[in-house]
Ligand binder design. Structure first.
Ligand code: NA7
Length: 562
């Protein structure tokens, strides 16, 4: 292991400990580390967890699984990796994903550049040196020319502040901080709070063995079948032959998935044709029901209602008790205006005698006692509480770090009324600080989106290296223009009018009473075009300079160190 100040021994006189401190060794961070290492930067990756994999390290709750096809989610940067790795299911489960990211870390010898168990607590810009000082909760402090924050959008768990929450004497787990050990539900009364994409997955699993499962639902979602299946060994060659085509499809789709929106209006089809189309999407594997549906369901209420009614009908057909079915049917927002959870016999769970649904809109949680959850209508004795209550999404993982730019300005303060960035990666006044896949970037199917964003950062660093620059900051006007564009885009969509983590809600944290724009809802293709134009034009939105002080006069040591 070569963690300790990986100082250059090959004649580089730069006084920084590292060229780059990278925050995070999740899906984006690992690829970023690979690219930096290949390009010869002295890089240290700081990771809060004790292992790689980001959400797949943390979200190890039973049932955690991909909703995008594994082969559209895996890295595309290495043909050898793609050739070596065989996905066992179309929608891989968390254990397989964690094995995959560990395999990548070992395959490309990345682990020795990562310091695990170090939560970054602060990153301060050093104006005189034109670099950064990064501190961790272990009291370590590192200086560097560049900071790259690959901290992930769904990192910081959100726990509801129910009165008495911490007095509960049984086991309590948040799905994204699930312990790394077997937890049995057999013979237990288990409560699950939350019915988002995570809650749906964990509920399906707990229902199989718990003596009693009580689901506490505040908002029902429009869930659709995942239709997962194993991938047989003899399917692998045909599938792998399609990898380039799948990667290309992701890069030009509207959410980095291998599906694209149907350009027709839903009203272009006769009623029966439309029914056949929706039925097929419902029975096909994956997220096509959301991502390959008609384009106008995202903008036109009447078009949206047709699909919403289709899914509502499916829920009513699948749940035997009409009262329970009605509680599971969303009525206050349209299909696809919140994340569509994909499920495997989720609705059938509510036909089981051991499962009870509590509608929190009728009887909200009042308090937690050492043995129970008390709503305004009843008291439920439970042995275990599972919080599937989501995240302080997108900005939470940045805001928990004390990030200060020029003049000591705090990024958190700058983002008080919502994040503002250029292309999701740069913030004015925070020179040499990059956020691949950050707020207002184009996300969706995460790994392909991150690969593109990391490549963007590497191209910019390459441009700087080629021109002898060691300082970059984005113009405030460019940041404002991008932020306005992304905000305008969202305001034209139905999704922008509905409360969910995408619009800055669900976080159970202070200051989330307003709609926010956190992500860029434009297509992957549009996003790539925006970035490509900036790059092709020679980065006119940025200010570059060569370093001024002798102390920092040398550009990063570019000799690969292995
Ligand atoms: P989500 O989608 O944010 O879901 C969180 C769930 O927890 C949702 O049902 C919330 O109800 C519920 N919640 C949150 N706070 C409370 C309180 N205080 N009381 C009752 N219920 C509460 O998070 P997930 O982890 O499911 O998914 C996040 C993303 O991860 C997902 O989109 C995937 O891309 C992966 P609400 O809807 O706010 O009424």
């Amino acid at each position: 292991m070569t963690h300790e100040k990986d100082a250059c021994t090959r004649g580089c006189a730069d006084s920084f400990d590292y060229d780059v401190v990278l925050i995070g060794a999740g899906m984006g961070g690992l690829y970023q580390l690979y690219r930096l290492k290949e390009a010869g930067y002295r890089v240290l990756a700081l990771e809060a967890a004790e292992g790689v994999g980001g959400v797949w390290h943390w979200n190890r709750y039973p049932g955690a699984r991909l909703d995008s096809e594994a082969y559209s989610y895996g890295y595309t940067f290495s043909n050898a990796l793609q050739e070596e790795w065989n996905w066992s299911e179309h929608f891989a489960g968390q254990p397989e994903l964690l094995r995959y990211f560990n395999y990548v870390a070992d395959r490309f010898d990345l682990r020795r550049h990562i310091r695990f168990g170090n939560l970054v607590t602060a990153a301060h810009y050093l104006e005189d040196e034109q670099g950064w000082a990064v501190t961790t909760d272990k009291g370590k402090r590192y200086t560097c020319r560049y900071v790259i924050a690959a901290v992930g959008p769904l990192t910081l768990p959100s726990l509801p502040p129910f009165p008495g929450r911490d007095s509960f004497a049984g086991e309590t787990c948040h799905t994204s901080r699930w312990p790394d050990r077997e937890i049995s539900f057999a013979g237990k009364s288990v409560a699950v709070i939350g019915t988002g994409a995570t809650g749906v997955q964990v509920i399906q699993e707990v229902a199989k063995t718990a003596e009693r499962l009580i689901v506490f639902q505040r908002t029902p979602n429009y869930c659709a079948p995942l239709n997962n299946a194993p991938i047989a060994a003899d399917e692998q060659p045909t599938l792998k032959a399609r990898y380039p085509e799948i990667a290309a499809a992701c890069r030009s789709s509207n959410g980095w998935f291998m599906y694209d929106t149907d350009p027709r209006s839903i009203f272009d089809l006769a009623d029966e044709e439309r029914e056949v189309f929706l039925e097929k999407l419902y029975n096909d594997p994956g997220i096509g029901i959301w991502k390959a549906n008609f384009h106008d369901i995202g903008t036109d209420e009447a078009a949206n209602t047709v699909v919403s009614d289709f899914i509502r009908r499916k829920i009513r057909e699948r749940v035997r008790d009409p009262d329970v079915a009605e509680r599971l049917v969303p009525k206050t927002f349209g299909f696809g205006t919140r994340r569509v959870p994909l499920e495997t016999r989720y609705y059938e769970v509510y036909n089981q005698a051991n499962v009870q649904l509590v509608d929190l809109t009728e009887t909200p949680i009042d308090r937690i006692t050492p043995t129970s959850i008390v709503t305004t209508g009843d008291e439920f004795e439970v042995d275990m509480i599972i919080y599937a209550t989501g995240f302080d999404a997108v900005t939470g993982s940045f805001n928990r770090i004390d990030i200060r730019g020029v003049g000591g300005v705090k990024l958190k303060d700058r983002w008080e009324s919502g994040p503002s960035t250029f292309l999701g990666v740069h913030a004015a006044g925070f020179p040499n600080f990059f956020m691949p896949g950050g707020p207002l970037a184009s996300l969706g199917n995460f790994t392909p989106a991150m690969e593109y964003s990391v490549d963007w950062v590497m191209d910019l660093l390459g441009y700087m290296r080629d021109h002898g620059f060691a300082y970059v900051d984005v113009a405030a006007a460019a940041e404002q223009a991008w932020t306005d564009l992304v905000r305008d885009r969202q305001s034209g969509l139905l999704i922008g009018r509905v409360k969910s983590w995408i619009t800055g809600f669900n976080s159970n944290s202070e200051g989330t009473e307003e709609f926010r724009v956190l992500l860029n809802t434009g297509s992957a293709k549009d996003y790539r075009q925006s970035c490509d134009t900036v790059r092709r034009n020679g980065y006119p939105e940025f200010e570059f300079s060569k370093v001024e002080s002798p102390q920092s006069a040398l550009s990063p040591c570019l000799i690969p160190r292995h």
